[in-house]
Structure formats: C-alpha cells, structure tokens
Design a protein around this ligand. Structure first.
Ligand code: AMP
Length: 266
C-alpha cells in the first residue's frame, strides 16, 4: 500500500506489540535479519520501503538507487510482515518540503555527518514521521549504520517517541564484507578490494591499543583511503578505558561509499 489513508486504516486494524523496520528497499539478508528479529519479538510487523530524498546530498545516488519493488515485497511476505508501506514522496511529505525538522545535535555533524551535511536531519525527520504514523512498540535498526542507530535511539529518548530502539548485528558476506544495497555498484575488481574494509576493522579490533594504526595499515595494503577511521566509545563519545569501544570507517571503493564498524572489546 502506498497512500497515507491506506496506512492509517491498516494501522488501525493492528493491535498488540508492533515491531517496525524502516528500509530504503533493495532488501538483502541484512534487512532480513531485522525483519526476523521484529517477527520473533512482536505480535505484528510493519515495514516501510521509502528512498528518502531529504537524506541524500545533491551529488549523491538518489536517482540511481536500486528499487526492485516486486522482489522486496516478496522478501517482506516471506518474512511474515503484516503491513508493508511503500509510500511515494508526496505521501510522506504531504505538506511539501518540511520546514520544521529534527536537529540531530552535535553527533549529527561528526563522522558521516561531516561528510554528508544535512544527512542526519533528513534521516531523523523521516524516521520521526514514520514513528508517529506507525506508532511502533519496538523498532529495529542495523549496527551496520552505527551512527544512525545511535542517533535514532537518542531521538526516541529525547523526544519521547515511545519506540524501543533495538540494534541488530551486521550481516556479512562470507569474506567479511558488510551487506549493503550499495554493493551492487561494485564491479568485480572493486568487490575484491572492498574486503579490505572489514579486514582492516577486524585487525584493528584485535589490537585495541593501536586499533586505528593497525586498521589503517590494512586499508593501505588494499589501496583504500578512508574518509574517516576512528575509534570511539560505544555511544560514539570518547573511548572509556575498560569499556567496549567502536571502530568505524567510511571509504569509497570505486563509486560507492562503503560504511562499516565493529566492536572493540575492552
Ligand atoms: P537501508 O535500507 O540501507 O536504509 O537500511 C535499512 C536498515 O537495515 C537500517 O537499519 C540498516 O542499518 C539495516 N542494515 C543495512 N545493512 C545491514 C546489514 N548488513 N546488517 C544488518 N543490518 C543492516
């Protein structure tokens, strides 16, 4: 279903705990892990498929972002989704371009936010709208987009949106590459090189005192120059001795910008 009226009517029929998964489609096993968690933990499962223009920069891949809607609907059905909302831009932004938006706070300008100005304001605004329309009990976000997960979690707390935000571990290819809808942009040679990203993170995670230097050396071997490679605390604040940390990277391999991160144990 696509219209707001259909969503509102269908949402009114749902009762009990609602698990919600927000996606931009081109669904893969990473999305499926979120759907499975939602299915296991809730009476009903709601999925949205929406490529949100307001989170893309002017030079980004909005127009060529993959949109295999039939295959996506089949994945949702197989995963036991009760309601799949596939709105158009006019359905989501019924009042036109939003003038009032969610301010992500300082973290919104760091890491991904530094490379993509306005990205997280776009993400949080659309997620807040979807939370208000869908009113989920629990919502599932991938650790793959770790900063997004941290910001959505914080938004739900700070704005009392009432959704319990649950992080789901990153699903990877056998060689370690994190699954991403953008991996389809990699040609065969780039696909081989892209494995350097997860290799670098795993090497860094095994060497906490020199995590960044060790990871950087592996990226060098693969000829990958990161946009950023940082060790942060689990909440993306400063690293705290004796507590888990997070090693995060973004790098272009060919045309796509790939993101990944891993936990670094104390
Ligand atoms: P997207 O469709 O890229 O906006 O992603 C929708 C949701 O799926 C987000 O919460 C992502 O973090 C999550 N996700 C994407 N890739 C993966 C992955 N490889 N493993 C786990 N979750 C993922």
């Amino acid at each position: 279903m696509t219209s707001r009226a259909e969503l509102t009517a269908a949402r009114g029929q749902l009762s009990g705990d609602i698990g919600y998964v927000a996606t931009m489609g081109a669904l893969h096993a990473g999305h499926r892990a979120l759907l499975d968690r939602a299915r296991a933990g809730n009476r009903q499962v709601v999925v949205s498929i929406f490529v949100n223009p307001t989170q893309f920069g002017p030079t980004e891949d909005l127009s060529r972002y993959p949109r295999p809607i039939e295959a996506d609907l089949a994945v949702c059905e197989q995963a036991g989704a009760d309601l799949v909302w596939t709105p158009g831009v006019q359905d989501v932004y019924a009042a036109g371009d939003p003038r009032v938006t969610v301010a992500p706070g300082p973290l919104g300008n760091e890491l991904e936010g530094a490379a993509r100005p306005g990205h997280f304001a776009g993400v949080l605004t659309v997620v807040a709208k979807f939370f208000n329309l869908i009113r989920p009990t629990r919502t599932y976000f991938g650790e793959k987009d770790y900063q997004q997960l941290a910001l959505v979690r914080r938004m739900s707390l700070d704005l009392d949106l009432g959704a319990d935000v649950i992080g789901v571990p990153t699903v990877r290819e056998v060689d370690g590459l994190a699954l991403s809808s953008r991996n389809v942009y990699l040609d065969a040679v780039e696909r081989q090189r892209a494995v350097g990203i997860s290799r670098a993170l795993f090497a860094g995670a095994a060497d906490r005192p020199q995590a960044v230097g060790t990871a950087r050396a592996v990226l060098d071997e693969f000829g990958i120059v990161p946009d950023y490679l940082e060790l942060r605390g689990a909440d993306l604040g400063p690293v705290i001795d004796g507590e888990p940390a997070r090693l995060l990277v973004a790098a272009r391999v060919g045309s796509p910008r790939l993101l990944d991160n891993v936990e670094v144990a104390p």
